[in-house]
Design a protein around this ligand. Structure first.
Ligand code: THU
Length: 157
């Protein structure tokens, strides 16, 4: 028997400690939250994806009275990017949120499991790591890749 330890490297930064590009993407994710339609959960999420063609694509969670028909911010952004820029590679993604009081949670908002799996496919297609920024009011987490968010991920190839 052997034990395997899986480590997730996370850097915690304050907003001023971000690079200019990181700040741009966090700003875009925070702006994207305004497009959230979340009358049921009242949890508003925005995502911004920087593509290698220089375009920043954004998305926000879209809920529905038939609850499972709604979609998360991350998947609305990544599917939009995939549909409209099929040849562009993802470089970086930022995620931000506002709670029911329209306040940014102190701790960073992380993608749900389904979004991690969906995003991983775009990292695989890019052929390189896609950096992840998880914005919170007090600190912003930076992870080097989508796969670091989803250890032991399912993959069919
Ligand atoms: N949500 C996202 O947009 N992204 C996630 O990764 C987690 C959850 C949304 C779905 C739902 O509209 C609301 O947040 C509450 O779960």
């Amino acid at each position: 028997m052997k034990e395997i330890e899986i480590v997730t490297p996370v850097t915690s930064k304050s907003y001023p400690e971000l690079t200019e590009i990181e700040r741009h993407l966090v700003d875009a994710a925070r702006q994207a939250v305004k497009g959230s339609y979340a009358p049921y959960s009242r949890f508003h999420v925005g995502a911004a994806i920087l593509l290698d063609n220089g375009v920043t694509v954004t998305g926000a969670n879209q809920e529905n009275a038939a609850y499972p028909s709604g979609t998360c911010a991350e998947r609305s952004a990544c599917y939009y990017a995939g549909a409209n820029y099929p040849d562009a590679k993802f470089e970086m993604i930022a995620i931000a949120a506002l709670d029911a009081d329209m306040k940014e949670p102190a701790t960073p908002t992380a993608p749900c499991g389904a979004c991690r799996q969906a995003l991983l496919e775009y990292e695989t297609r890019a052929g390189h790591n896609v950096a992840v920024l998880l914005a919170g009011a007090d600190e912003i987490y930076r992870l080097p890749s989508i796969k670091s968010l989803l250890p032991l991920a399912f993959t069919s190839f």
